[in-house]
Structure formats: structure tokens, C-alpha cells
Design a protein around this ligand. Structure first.
Ligand code: F6P
Length: 323
């Protein structure tokens, strides 16, 4: 029978992680369990830094961005010795199950722990939205809205000066934020890690837009695209006379991760936290809790290991029609 659980946040922080922590703790309390909060992700398991968290300790955190537990990317946990130490520390405190809130790398770490025999349940959380097993992950909606607000603002100043702006958004391996913020922001062009960009063609399209009297042009570039902001800036600098527009570039970076979570992320995180506690109660371990349609589902780690969610080609096509 379950009596004690632990929860941690790992990898890049995402707006809504605090609502997930709160939900895990309070749903656990409702079951009569004692919950421990682990500091700084898997590093905290290795260091043995975990404290009991009750209903009051997770009060007043839901509206805050980041994670009150702290997060980290932990190389030591990638070693078998690191994970053995983590399991020893969990056992020492009598923890029956662990909840891991995080993205792809974090869920791979959680799976490695599960494969060594420790009961683990994951909650899908990353602004990249590249996790198989959830239509959308915690933090995506808030990060997208931050990117969108920046695009809208840049469009205003771009129009005043008849400029083209390159806006670089996050996504080292996945272009979801670039694609969706580009769609919602009416971008003239979007560069993605998943799709090859012909810079020559892009320059021609910009020039055509300029000749047609467009007041501005917005190019949303994913951080991990071959033509990200710096490569595009370089290319355009060498081909300036063929563009018409003068070019400016803005990199949003971690600004997108730091916002207070919006309603969507708070609700999603609360539901996924509840789903994780219910999975533990059923003693269903080695699964990721995610959203499918409007249902909270679990997907076995063995079905998602090594996979990355791909972009919808129909959405890519749509952005090309609408630009
Ligand atoms: O995984 C989320 C993410 O924000 C990516 O979009 C980005 O490439 C990466 O994290 C940045 O990582 P870090 O915060 O370690 O620089």
C-alpha cells in the first residue's frame, strides 16, 4: 500500500510546473499519503535533499512561473551509480513512488529509474511540446502567448519603419513554438529544425512583399533551425540590396519560459497532477500522464522511449498558404 510519495521537477522549467506540484501534493494528501518535494530535479535525489510538503506549503504557488522545487539538468543521474544512489536515498526515506514533472530528457531519466525497479510516474511538462503521449504539455500555451505578444509588438514598430524583423523563439530540436507562434502571429516566413529553408527563396519572397508595398515582414525562426536568427542575419547582411526591407533581429530566449502560467496551463497541470496520483493509487507505474483530446491518459514509457512528437504537416502547409 502507498504511504509516501516524492515529486520533482526536471529539465527546462515550464510555466505551470508549480500548479502540477500543488496538485500532486494536495491529491496525495486527500489519499492520506505523505508527500516529499525533491530539490533541483534528479540532483536532489542524488544529494538526498527532499522535504515533506503539506497542503499549506504548496499554497500561493499556482500563479507563479518557474518551479518552487528548483530544476536542473543532471549528468550524474545518467550514470548507473548516480541512479543507484538516488534509489538508496528514496528507499531510506521510505518513498513508495516518485512523480517526475518534465520533458523528454527528464522522462528518459524517469524511465531509467523505473527500469531499475523503482515505481515512477511522469507528468508531461515542457514548453517544446515534443513529448509523445500528450497532445499538449505543461507550459506550451503560456510560452506561446509570450512569443505572440512579442511578435505583435515587433510588428507595430516594423510597420512604422518598413522593416523586416527576425524573431527567434525557443526550440533546440523542435519547431512547435516557431510554427504555432508564426501561425498565430501572421508571420511572412517561419524557419524550423524539421524543414529545410532555402534562404535565396526567402529573400525573393521578402523582396516581393516589399515591392508590393507591405509595411512590415515578420520571420519567426526556431532556435534550432539551420537558419536561426544569427544565420539569417548573416545571410541577409550579404544580400541586403535584394531585400528592400532593412532587417532587425530579436531573440526571445528564456523570456518565453519565465512567465506566470495562464489559465490553460494551470488547469492542465492540475489535471495531470491528479492523473499522476490516481495512476500511483492504481499502482500503474512506468507511465507518462498526458492529455489526449480532453481526457487524461497514461502511456507506458516503453511506448514513448526514444520517440519525439513530430509537427503536423497540415499546419506547416497552412502557414505557407496564409503568409
Ligand atoms: O526544453 C525546453 C527548452 O526551453 C528548449 O526550447 C531550449 O532549447 C532549451 O530548453 C534551453 O535549455 P537551457 O535552459 O538549459 O538553456
Amino acid at each position: 500500500m502507498i504511504q509516501r510519495i516524492a515529486v520533482l521537477t526536471s529539465g527546462g522549467d515550464a510555466p505551470g510546473m508549480n500548479a502540477a506540484i500543488r496538485s500532486v501534493v494536495r491529491c496525495g494528501v486527500a489519499k492520506g499519503w505523505k508527500t516529499f518535494g525533491v530539490r533541483n530535479g534528479f540532483q536532489g535525489l542524488i544529494n538526498g535533499t527532499m522535504e515533506p510538503l503539506g497542503t499549506r506549503e504548496v499554497g500561493g504557488i499556482m500563479h507563479r512561473g518557474g518551479t518552487v522545487l528548483g530544476s536542473a539538468r543532471c549528468d550524474e543521474f545518467k550514470t548507473i551509480e548516480g541512479r543507484e544512489l538516488a534509489i538508496r536515498n528514496l528507499n531510506q526515506r521510505g518513498i513508495d513512488a516518485l512523480v517526475v514533472i518534465g520533458g523528454n530528457g527528464s522522462q528518459a531519466g524517469a524511465n531509467a529509474l523505473y527500469e531499475m525497479g523503482f515505481p515512477v510516474v511522469g507528468i508531461a511538462s515542457t514548453i517544446d511540446n515534443d513529448l509523445v503521449g500528450s497532445d499538449i504539455t505543461i507550459g506550451v500555451d503560456t510560452a506561446l502567448n509570450i512569443a505572440l505578444e512579442a511578435i505583435d509588438r515587433l510588428k507595430v514598430t516594423a510597420s512604422s519603419h518598413q522593416r523586416a524583423f527576425i524573431v527567434e523563439v525557443m526550440g533546440r530540436n523542435c519547431g512547435y513554438i516557431a510554427l504555432m507562434s508564426g501561425l498565430a502571429g501572421g508571420a511572412e516566413a517561419i524557419t524550423l529544425p524539421e524543414v529545410k529553408t532555402d534562404p535565396e527563396q526567402l529573400a525573393k519572397e521578402l523582396h516581393k512583399a516589399y515591392e508590393q508595398g507591405k509595411a512590415h515582414a515578420i520571420i519567426v525562426a526556431a532556435e534550432g533551425a539551420e537558419y536561426n536568427a544569427s544565420r539569417l542575419t548573416e545571410y541577409f547582411a550579404e544580400n541586403r540590396e535584394r531585400l528592400g526591407f532593412s532587417i532587425r533581429s530579436t531573440t526571445l530566449g528564456h523570456v518565453q519560459r519565465g512567465g506566470a502560467p495562464g489559465a490553460y496551463d494551470r488547469i492542465l497541470a492540475s489535471r495531470l497532477g491528479h492523473g499522476a496520483v490516481e495512476a500511483i493509487d492504481r499502482e500503474e507505474f512506468g507511465v507518462l500522464v498526458g492529455l489526449n483530446g480532453n481526457n487524461i491518459i497514461t502511456t507506458p514509457y516503453k511506448m514513448i522511449a526514444g520517440k519525439v512528437k513530430t509537427l503536423d504537416p497540415k499546419v506547416i502547409e497552412l502557414t505557407q498558404i496564409l503568409d
